[in-house]
Each structure stands twice: as structure tokens, then as C-alpha cells.
Design a protein around this ligand. Structure first.
Ligand code: TRP
Length: 334
């Protein structure tokens, strides 16, 4: 709690090209949360991204681009602390300390570790294994109360809670024990070609699966035109129509209408009309973001200055918790 406000913290990896799923599922909700009565902190977690390999210069470019995209989306450094993880050394330091309070058995049970190591058989590095501890450090450093995350991250958050409680049990109240923020959950956006899979910015072998946040309007239209539909020829949200339901969910989130309002609007209209309308709602939604991104990109020094300022503010806050944790475990803090 800071000035009596609850602290909200979330992070995003600078991998892949940010998609509509990242926007509707996370970034847009973060923007809305800023205006509620929280102290909000958002990070680009580039240390987490080191668990996979990047071509020369790619990671730097992606961090800057994602930071610019955060700003373009409406994350506001006046309202939130927005920073890049590797620019705040406390993350790596606390992660090491917490690793010594986390058990191999706990980490071995993480389903994401199991899935990722199956997929990256040639690079099952130790970072992939300890990844959830770094995430725990991110959250705990800021005395976070609430963490908006998708369901795939709940197990990691549970681990962060366990580690925090274990640490507090030994040393007193060093960390706030964080909770998942389930208030307003973002839309779950699925692949346009295979609605059983998430619309993923990193795992797509077909660009038609994914709407990228910076896609041009004609590209967006084309991708929705090619999007899979179902065979029932009605625009109804139902389990038997996963493709249509996904498009309805996108439309509803993009145009801020309820699913049932959308269903009645599209009642009796064909899939052609429906897909065109979904495309238009997404084009409208992303247009201001794309425009602001273009403007901000002309001014990289301004973005750098904001990033530096974010890192300074985060460093100051994180330092308080880090010093407490170091003293707790018996390190000499001068
Ligand atoms: N592991 C998260 C993901 O892949 C990203 C992340 C890292 C994060 N640190 C965090 C999310 C702290 C919330 C809070 O999505």
C-alpha cells in the first residue's frame, strides 16, 4: 500500500510483435486501471526474455518499441510507473535471494516450464527453470497487492505468494502477499485461423492468425476477411461455434458493446457483413494507437527520457524492499 492506495503491478515480455490479444487482454485494461484508485506499475520484463535467444539488436529494438507502444496506448507516466526491468538491478538481486528460498520441487511442477522445455529441447537453460522466481521478485519488490494476469500465469503467481509467505514466516512482514487481480479481465482473443489456440504474438506460423497492434487498416480487413467462421451461418456466441464466438468477442471488446447486443445487431446478417463490421471495429480501436505510435517514434529522445525516469522511480521504490530483504537474510547493508 502506498499513500493508502493499493499497488497494482504487471509485466509484459518484449518478445514477438504485440497483437490485438495483448492489447485487449492486457494493455487496454492497464490503461483503464490507471484511472482507478490504484498506484499502478507496469514493466517490460526483458530479463525474462533472455530465456530465449534474440538476433543482434532485436531485444533493444523491441523494448523501445514496446515502451513506445505502451505510451501510444495511453499508459501515462504521470499516472503510473512504466519501466524496463533490466534497468532496475534490484530485480536480479532479489531473484537470487528468493531462489535460495524456493524449492526445486516447486519449480519442477510449473506447467509452463514443462511446456517450454518440451518446445525448446535444445535450450533448456536454468533461467527457464527459475523464471517464476524472477517473476516473484518483480511483484514482491513493489509490495504489490494486485497482479492482473492471464490464467496461464496464475500458477506462477501462486508460487510468488508461497515464497512471500515462507519468507515472511521466517523474517516477519517483509513482503506484501500479492493476489491475482480478477476484477476486469481482458478479452480472451483466439487465433483467427484456429479458434482453439490463443492469438499468440510469438507462436504463430501464419500471419493471418494474428492481428498486430500496428497493422494497417487494409491488412486488418484482409485478415478478418480470411478469418475462419463456422458452418451454422448464424452469428451466435456458443461452444459449437468457436470461430464466430471469437469474432464476436473481439467485436464486443473493440466496440464496447455486450455480446448479446452484438448478436442482435448481426441477427439475420451474413458472415461477410459480420466480418467487415468486426474489421472496422478493430481498425477504429487501433487507429489512435497507431497514429500516436508514429508520432512518438519521431521523438525517440523523449521516449528514452521517460524510460529513464520510470527506471529511476522504480529503482527508488524497489530499493526499499530490497534493503529489507537483504537485512532479513543476513547480508550486510551499509
Ligand atoms: N511471466 C509473465 C508472462 O509471460 C510476464 C511477467 C513477468 C509478469 N513478471 C511479471 C506478469 C510480473 C505480471 C507480474 O506473461
Amino acid at each position: 500500500m502506498l499513500n493508502n492506495k493499493k499497488i497494482i503491478y504487471s509485466g509484459m515480455q518484449p518478445t514477438g510483435t504485440p497483437s490485438l490479444a495483448n492489447y485487449l487482454g492486457a494493455i487496454k485494461n492497464w490503461v483503464d486501471l490507471q484511472d482507478e484508485d490504484y498506484c499502478s506499475i507496469f514493466a517490460i520484463v526483458d530479463l525474462h526474455a533472455l530465456t530465449i535467444r534474440h538476433a543482434d539488436g532485436d531485444l533493444q529494438r523491441r523494448v523501445k518499441s514496446l515502451y513506445t507502444l505502451f505510451l501510444a496506448s495511453g499508459l501515462d507516466p504521470e499516472k503510473s510507473i512504466i519501466y524496463c526491468q533490466s534497468q532496475v538491478p534490484a530485480h536480479a538481486e532479489l531473484a537470487w535471494i528468493l531462489e535460495c528460498y524456493t524449492y526445486m520441487g516447486e519449480l519442477s511442477r510449473m506447467t509452463q516450464f514443462k511446456a517450454k522445455s518440451q518446445k525448446n529441447e535444445d535450450n533448456i537453460n536454468a533461467g527457464l527453470f527459475t523464471y517464476p522466481v524472477l517473476m516473484a521478485a518483480d511483484v514482491l519488490l513493489y509490495q504489490t497487492d494486485l497482479v492482473p494476469v492471464g490464467v496461464d500465469q496464475l500458477q506462477h503467481l501462486e508460487l510468488a505468494r508461497d515464497v512471500a509467505e515462507r519468507f515472511n514466516g521466517l523474517y516477519g512482514n517483509v513482503f506484501t502477499v500479492p493476489e491475482a487481480y480478477m476484477g476486469k479481465i481482458g478479452a480472451k482473443v483466439m487465433s483467427l485461423q484456429d479458434p482453439t489456440k490463443k492469438m499468440s504474438k510469438t507462436e504463430s506460423d501464419n500471419v493471418n492468425n494474428v492481428i498486430y497492434m500496428l497493422d494497417e487498416p487494409d491488412v486488418i480487413t484482409k485478415k478478418f476477411k480470411r478469418a475462419l467462421t463456422d458452418s451454422e451461418n448464424t452469428v451466435k456466441f456458443s461452444e459449437s461455434q468457436p470461430a464466430v464466438s471469437n469474432l464476436l468477442e473481439i467485436y464486443s471488446a473493440a466496440s464496447q458493446t455486450s455480446i448479446s447486443e452484438a448478436e442482435s445487431f448481426f441477427d439475420g446478417k451474413g458472415y461477410g457483413f459480420f466480418k467487415q463490421a468486426v474489421a472496422e471495429s478493430v481498425i477504429e480501436l487501433l487507429k489512435p494507437v497507431r497514429e500516436r505510435y508514429a508520432d512518438l517514434s519521431k521523438n525517440p529522445d523523449y521516449v528514452d527520457a521517460l524510460m529513464k525516469n520510470g527506471a529511476n522511480r522504480a529503482t527508488e521504490l524497489a530499493g526499499l524492499t530490497l534493503a529489507k530483504a537483504k537485512e532479513s537474510v543476513g547480508l550486510l547493508v551499509l
